[in-house]
Design a binder for this molecule. Structure first.
Ligand SMILES: O=C(O)C(=O)C[C@]1(C(=O)O)C=C[C@@H](O)C=C1
Length: 297
């Protein structure tokens, strides 16, 4: 029988976090705990109000969400137990009967607005930030706002009775967001030897070529590095923090490489050991494969 788990997300029903959480945990039934910010998501997970948290960390068009690395540094006891790359299809929607010419303002999550910069500039559409894509559609519907459009998913359009003004408005069709699955109870989720990915934050001095030495070490250990992201350091700091993702199909080699890095850096925070998800490139290849099968059949 499917058990029910509670998952804290940023945003509400029909947001991309909602879709990501349900997809990751399917076929388990997920009860969603909507949060108004990433801070609140972490707080709820910390307080034990949710079993897991799902948090966006990186988008193929807009880049890394650096403030979420800061939260992961703050909540040191959280563990990343998994990840998911989700295709993000953005759409422009408004109250039924509205036309593109009627729209004076577009509201959405700041990352969603960034993903649709080309479309918005082309149509000279001023924007206003909101906490969530789907909640922007809900706001228009609840307040009966004319002259305002939202950028959100097709599920949000359906849920809140919006009409599509323009589908697929992101700058590129291969728009993907990577979501982290977080647990605040590492003991209940001990990493399994099937883990083939690790996420770390290392602290290294500003001076010297420490980062070069770290990368060189990983190269000699034959570890793949899918991500290196510098994280802003507090003012006056003499060192900086770098988020690094490591991949290796041999779990024990991955552990060994992490041990080797420890004496080379000032501090190393292991954010989690988990199984890597299909990358956007792999998902695109699957999608193209499915398309050609349906055309040929
Ligand atoms: O507003 C939403 O629907 C979200 O889930 C937020 C969010 C984000 O935080 O990056 C998630 C994925 C998309 O890339 C755009 C926005």
């Amino acid at each position: 029988m499917a058990t029910e788990i509670k998952i804290a997300i940023q945003g509400g029903a029909a947001s991309f976090h909602d879709t990501a959480a349900r997809k990751y945990f399917a076929p388990e039934k997920a009860e969603i705990l909507p949060c108004s910010s990433f801070d609140q998501l972490c707080e709820q997970l910390h307080l034990g109000e949710a079993t897991y948290g799902v948090m966006a960390i990186q988008n193929a068009l807009a880049g890394s969400i650096l403030t979420n690395y800061t939260l992961l540094q703050e909540y040191q006891h959280f563990q990343i137990i998994g990840e998911l790359w989700l295709p993000i299809d953005q759409n422009l929607m408004a109250l039924p009967g509205q036309r593109l010419e009627d729209i004076k303002t577009v509201i959405s999550h700041p990352v969603a607005l960034l993903q649709c910069g080309l479309f918005l500039r082309q149509h000279h559409l001023p924007t206003e930030e909101r906490q969530d894509t789907a909640d922007s559609a809900r706001e228009i519907s609840a307040k009966g706002l004319k002259g305002v459009a939202a950028i959100a998913s097709s599920q949000a359009a359906e849920l809140y009775g919006m009409e599509m003004l323009q589908e697929h408005v992101a700058d590129r069709k291969d728009n993907y967001t990577r979501f982290l699955v977080l647990s605040s109870q590492p003991q209940a989720q001990a990493p399994k030897p099937t883990a083939n990915k690790a996420s770390l934050i290392v602290q290294i001095p500003h001076v010297g070529s420490w980062l070069g030495a770290v990368i060189n070490k990983l190269y000699t250990e034959d570890i793949n590095i899918p991500l290196i992201q510098s994280i802003p350091a507090p003012a006056g700091n003499t060192s900086h923090n770098v988020a690094i993702d490591l991949e290796c199909d041999d779990y024990y080699r991955l552990l060994h490489a992490i041990e080797e890095l420890k004496p080379m850096v000032e501090d190393l925070q292991l954010l989690g050991l988990y199984q890597k998800a299909l990358t956007p490139q792999q998902l695109e290849e699957c999608r193209e494969g499915e398309l050609s099968t349906s055309v040929n059949s």
